[in-house]
Design a protein around this ligand. Structure first.
Ligand code: DC
Length: 254
């Protein structure tokens, strides 16, 4: 189940780790729509690591629940039915040769577009707050990252999934800037979008993600904060690469 299918092509001059040249684990957490996944994907591609979008896994659980009629019109989740059917949810990732980035597959079907709709976005946080959903996804994420050489982004990667990750980043940006980025993304994909709705949705997701009982969104004590409100994508990429080099080739202490 959930076999990771993306290929790793280590860049000889870039891979390596703080622990005797082994591959390190990189955890990138932060608020909704702060550009974590773009940064994480770019970094993984540059350094030849595997990239895993843990949010996509919670989105797959949500899409499954919606399609199986397990979420009522008022948003109530049939938790007992979903828990009983968790073993039917198989998430995997496959490299898309055209984009150079991994696409998300649910039970063998590419759902990369369908998991990014407003409908899924507005139901995903309550689904991700369910302890049995988190337990299943966390176990899969830990299995995917067992050998290191992975960049995983999410909310609880540095705190719950890989608390021993060698490199932890906590990304944030102002609410309005995050909403604008998400709105532009939806418009670019030709999906219906309303700025105020997008802003309200991301604030609500942050609220649920930060206040849930299990593995809430919070900065790990040893994470480095990056506020990318006023940074370009190339600047963010360079910032991450510099940090990666510091972690993997630490300068000898004087
Ligand atoms: O990163 P994203 O917006 O695609 O994440 C979708 C939802 O999944 C988000 O509201 C919170 C949840 N999530 C989580 O609880 N833990 C993670 N590691 C990743 C995402």
């Amino acid at each position: 189940m959930n076999k990771q299918q993306t290929t790793r092509q280590p860049h000889p001059s870039l891979t390596g780790g703080a622990k005797g040249g082994s591959l390190i684990t990189i955890a990138i957490d932060g608020h909704s729509s702060c550009g974590k996944s773009t940064m994480a994907k770019d970094l993984a591609r540059e350094i030849g690591y595997i990239y895993i979008d843990s949010g996509a896994m919670y989105r797959c659980c949500t899409l499954f629940a919606l399609e199986q009629g397990l979420i009522a019109a008022d948003g109530t989740i049939d938790e007992a039915a979903l828990e009983a059917r968790m073993s039917e949810i198989h998430v995997s990732f496959q490299l898309n040769a055209a984009t150079g980035r991994p696409d998300t597959y649910l039970n063998g079907e590419c759902v990369e577009q369908r998991i990014r709709t407003m409908e899924v976005s507005s139901h995903v946080s309550p689904i991700a707050a369910l302890p049995f959903v988190r337990a299943a996804m966390t176990a899969q994420q830990q299995a995917m990252g067992r050998e290191g050489g992975i960049v995983m982004d999410g909310r609880d990667i540095g705190t719950a999934v890989f608390p021993d990750a060698e490199m932890k980043v906590f990304v944030t940006a102002s609410d309005e800037i995050r909403a604008q980025r998400r709105y532009d993304e939806l418009v670019a994909k030709g999906q219906p979008a309303d700025f105020d709705e997008v802003l309200a949705n991301l604030r609500e997701r942050d609220r649920i993600d930060s206040t849930r009982a299990v593995a809430p969104l919070r900065q790990a004590d040893d994470a480095i904060v990056l506020d990318n409100s006023h940074m370009t994508i190339p600047e963010q990429k360079q910032w991450l690469l510099d940090l990666f080099h510091k972690k993997t080739h630490p300068s000898p202490s004087l």
